[in-house]
Design a protein around this ligand. Sequence first.
Ligand SMILES: *Cc1c(COP(=O)(O)O)cnc(C)c1O
Length: 431
Amino acid sequence: MVYQNTLAFARQMDEADPLQEFKSYFYIPQQEGKDCIYFTGNSLGLQPRITAQYVQQELDDWAKLGVEGHFQAKNPWMPYHEIFPQQLSKIVGCKEEEVVVMNQLTVNLHLLMVSFYRPTQHRYKIICEAKAFPSDQYAFETQARYHACMPDRHGFDPADAVIEVAPREGEHALRTEDIIAMINKHGDTVAVVLFGGINYYTGQFFDLEAISKAAHAVGAYAGFDLAHAAGNVELHLHDWDIDFACWCSYKYLNSGPGGVAGVYIHEKHIANKELPRFAGWWGYKKDTRFKMEKGFDPIPTAEGWQLSNAPILSMAAHKAALDIFEEAGMEKLHTKRKQLAGYLHYILAEINKRHAEKVIEVITPADENERGCQVSMLMLKRGKEIFDELMKKGVIADWREPNVIRVAPVPLYNTFEDVWRFGALVDQLVS
Ligand SMILES: *Cc1c(COP(=O)(O)O)cnc(C)c1O
């Protein structure tokens, strides 16, 4: 694709965009009566206009039917979570029985670690990326401490348990070869390799398949936190032989603040009753669940990891968003995503060219296979000042200390014109 840094070119791209009408499916935040340039779909996706209707349906059924809504509602609440796997499996690339919608992200990360992080005195290490999202860091640290204090595990030192792979001096992205070398170096002491699918800070999309393969080669499990990847990049969790993964629904999946989250568990594990887990009644075999008998007998799919009955209002919002993904189609979304991010990379490079010294260092990989929507801009001077000015001028972006502006043009509701206008503002502000 040959890009041009002109408004006319951007508008031409928008006119040719098969997804152009999807912007009107969303509420766009306003500033002084005009649409903002909303570039924080990586943090909180925008609200679809149909969401209110989906939630209202459940409120109405609750008002009309009370408890009978579990069976009589238009979308009966008892099996409500069963409406998700068909659509979600296409978004994350897996079989329907491998995916379930439940709880929230960090909760699910802990629940999955209960099953897949079972350290012994010898094999107890967690390999992760340096600068993993803080919630994930706290989960890893406290899981290690929790196990280390168990007498039968002879107290390995939890301070040695979490191994971070960092970029090389002077680089921002991790090299796959370095990740693999670290896994090999720790070999049979590695219990689990647990990475973000996309690092929240740099926007780097890791090679999930290569990491998974390397983990398996040393006898470890491979799991991923896909908070920044689900609904963003193309995923093939099953084919990549990934053991487990989890994600939230409120970032690229537009399902509302704190929305219900998702879990994937590979087919080879879902019927394994020997895997330890923290159980609840919603994971119990459906035909005998209401006999309320002792002895946990799990559903032999990812559903067997459910604990509680479904949070219907949050799930209704999730369903509204997934119906939009279904209508748009993942292929078209991926094509437009690559073009939008490519256009932004191009425009930022153009801005740098006009200055004797580089003003912005893009720390997100340039290769479109190693990134999603997000572009992380390391501002080489007056970063915070420029960020504050952008916000005043109707750009909603995200600031990360010490000097990074994160922006994510998303294919459902951002336009090439958004990217061009953003570039023009940045150009003005750095000059
Ligand atoms: C957004 C995000 C979270 C947030 O966790 P919640 O449990 O939803 O609050 C955790 N991990 C990663 C990698 C994230 O990007």
